[in-house]
Design a protein around this ligand. Structure first.
Ligand code: HSE
Length: 372
């Protein structure tokens, strides 16, 4: 099957390498603004040339951003081409439109690389959701912040130095605000919750606290109780309601999340009857992410002609039934509180009016029983 590749950055170039020498899939065209004499396929700056080419079966989009990626993918699907994307921002912003258009056009739409990088998280999760009722999904879904928190915890690295190191590894988004303020993890959570629960939730409805308020003192205080900070994205279903949030979370040192260091990701679903399954591995990087894109293309070549789910119900976020133990730091004081996530985030917003660097963190596992 012939592929047109839109974008030739890290993921695009590694995906291209992974297809070289294969006989089942071939990159026949690359959309690129600049000439790429090193490539043996067609290189064009004109998307219309790609969309009009009847030999192209799959359009792979790894350009990032909303436009022109959205227009290109819609045009590709309308032209009867299957689509694979690694673009979580696009999939979140236009989830309903893109999923509906794929169904209308009878083409496949896959985005496995957009959450969990090289981990087959979205495919495993959507398969599990067909087998059983998913109650919750949770995990470390951002490599940049996990690298930073690991460096700050294990080596005492300062926040700015840790961010620079993470950027040097090439994991951070173009604007690292999306990483450190939790927006990247929130986009991955939206896709996870949508597939897990058969819903469509809005990114902007999900409360999101990143890692920028975590200080060396916070880490040291937590360390005295053998607790470790991780940035966690979590969604739960309570009857017809979905609760979801992104927030720093304190784990006991024995928890698998606490052992997930560097740029690693770990993500877990909890199913009603068959229990909990966790997936861990490289959440970003050229070969891991390129491999997920390739896996989607292979699924399409093997006959997959749809999105992961065939239905979704628009759903509002409701945090009222989602109780947990929370740690706050405001005006130099630490205290804990057991309450709903709705109350926790409201209270945190109040504290932030007085102290813009206030901290909110959920306390997970047995530590919650001891501290709240
Ligand atoms: N900025 C993202 C991360 C890249 O750090 O996880 C992978 O989606």
């Amino acid at each position: 099957m012939n592929i047109a590749l839109l974008g030739f950055g890290t993921v695009g170039s590694y995906f291209y390498r992974l297809t070289e020498g294969r006989t089942d899939l071939r990159v026949a065209a690359v959309l690129s603004r600049r000439p790429r004499p090193e490539l043996t396929c067609t290189v064009t700056a004109d998307f219309d040339e790609i969309v009009r080419d009847p030999s192209i079966g799959i359009v792979v989009e790894v350009m990032g951003g909303l436009e022109p990626a959205y227009s290109y993918l819609c045009a590709a699907m309308r032209a009867g081409k299957h689509v694979v994307t690694a673009n979580k921002q696009l999939m979140c912003a236009h989830y309903e439109d893109l999923v509906s258009l794929a169904a209308e056009c009878g083409v496949s739409l896959r985005c496995t690389a957009s959450a969990g990088g090289g981990i087959p998280w979205l495919t495993s999760l959507s398969r599990a959701a067909r087998l059983d009722e998913i109650i919750a999904v949770e995990g470390i879904l951002n490599g940049t912040t996990n690298y930073m928190l690991s460096a700050m915890t294990e080596n005492g690295t300062g926040y700015d130095a840790a961010l620079r190191e993470a950027q040097a590894l090439g994991y951070a988004e173009a604007d690292p605000t999306a990483d450190v303020e939790g927006l990247d993890a929130r986009r991955k959570l939206v896709l996870s919750a949508n597939l897990a629960f058969g819903v469509s939730v809005r990114e902007e409805d999900i409360p999101c606290v990143g890692i920028s308020s975590i200080t060396a003192q916070d880490i040291a205080q937590a360390g005295k109780k053998e607790l470790i900070f991780k940035l966690i994205a979590r969604a739960e279903r309570h009857g017809g309601k979905v609760a979801a949030f992104v927030c720093p979370t304190l784990f006991p040192a024995s928890a698998p999340e606490a052992h997930t260091g560097g740029t690693g990701n770990i993500v877990t679903f909890c199913a009603k009857r068959f229990g909990t399954q966790s997936f861990s591995g490289a959440g970003a990087g050229g070969y891991p992410t390129g491999s997920s894109v390739l896996a989607d293309c292979l699924d399409i070549a093997d006959g997959c002609k749809s999105f992961y789910v065939d239905r979704f119900a628009p759903c509002r976020i409701d945090l009222s039934g989602c109780d947990a133990c929370w740690l706050y730091r405001a005006n130099g004081e630490y205290f804990t509180c057991k309450c709903s996530a709705a109350h926790a985030f409201e209270r945190y917003e109040q504290f932030r009016k007085e102290d813009s660097h206030a901290l909110l963190a959920r306390i997970a596992g047995d530590a919650a029983e001891e501290l709240c």
